[in-house]
Design a protein around this ligand. Structure first.
Ligand code: COA
Length: 178
C-alpha cells in the first residue's frame, strides 16, 4: 500500500542524465532581494530554477500576476537561461511532477519552519516523488518579507537595498496613485 509516506530508498549509483530542475514557488508580491538570494543559492544545487507565481488562498495581492511575473523576469538578465518564470494556477506539486523538478523553499527563521513543514508534507502526500529542499536565506534578508516592504513603502520608508531598483519604482508608482 502506498499512502504517500513510505520511506523511499536512495537510488544507488544513479547516473545523471537530464538537467536538475527546481521550482521556486511563492506569491512574490513583490519579489525581494531575499527571494533573489534563494534563487542564486539554488544554482549551486540545480541546473535550472523555475520561479513560479502561485496563489495563496489567504492573500490579497497588491500587484496583479502579470506585474509580478514581469518584476521577477526583470531581476534576471535575458541571457540567464538558468531561470524561467511562470504562473501556476493549479496544484504546485502537479506542476513540479510534470517538470520532474524538486520544490525549493527558503527558511528565514525557526518560525518559518512549522508552516513550511506542513506545506512540504502535504505536497509529499499529493505527489510522493516530488522532494522539497529548504535553503537558508542569507543573513542580510532574514527580517524581510514582501508585506513588511510594502508596508514601509506605503508610508514612504526607505526600502533601497531590500528590493531591486525596478521593484522599488513599481512600489512607489503603486502608492503614489493609491
Ligand atoms: N526572503 C524574503 N522574504 C521571504 C523569503 C526570503 N527568502 N522567503 C519567504 N519570504 C516571505 C515572502 O515574501 C512572503 O511574505 P508575505 O507573507 O509578506 O507575502 C512570506 O515569506 C511567505 O510567502 P511565500 O514564500 O510567498 O509563500 P506563501 O506562503 O505566500 O505561498 C504557496 C505559498 C503559494 C507556495 C502555496 O500556497 C502554494 O503552493 N500554492 C499553490 C497551490 C497549491 O499547490 N496548494 C496546495 C499547497 S499544499
Amino acid at each position: 500500500m502506498t499512502d504517500g509516506f513510505v520511506d523511499v530508498p536512495a537510488e544507488k549509483g544513479k547516473t545523471k542524465t537530464c538537467p536538475s530542475i527546481a521550482v521556486y514557488p511563492g506569491t512574490f508580491d513583490p519579489i525581494t532581494n531575499g527571494h533573489i538570494d534563494i534563487v542564486k543559492r539554488a544554482f549551486s544545487l540545480f541546473d535550472k530554477v523555475i520561479v513560479v507565481v502561485a496563489m495563496h488562498p489567504g492573500k490579497k495581492a497588491l500587484f496583479d500576476v502579470k506585474e509580478r511575473l514581469q518584476m521577477i523576469r526583470d531581476c534576471f538578465p535575458p541571457d540567464e537561461n538558468r531561470v524561467e518564470v511562470e504562473e501556476v494556477r493549479g496544484l504546485l506539486v502537479d506542476f513540479a511532477h510534470q517538470k520532474k523538478a524538486s520544490i525549493i523553499r527558503g527558511l528565514r527563521a525557526v518560525s518559518d519552519f512549522e508552516y513550511e513543514f506542513q506545506l512540504a508534507l502535504m505536497n509529499r502526500k499529493l505527489q510522493r516523488d516530488v522532494e522539497t529542499v529548504f535553503l537558508m536565506t542569507g543573513f542580510r534578508w532574514i527580517f524581510i518579507s514582501s508585506s513588511i516592504i510594502k508596508d514601509a513603502a506605503r508610508h514612504g520608508g526607505d526600502i533601497s537595498g531590500l528590493v531591486p531598483k525596478h521593484v522599488q519604482r513599481k512600489l512607489a508608482e503603486k502608492f503614489s496613485t493609491s
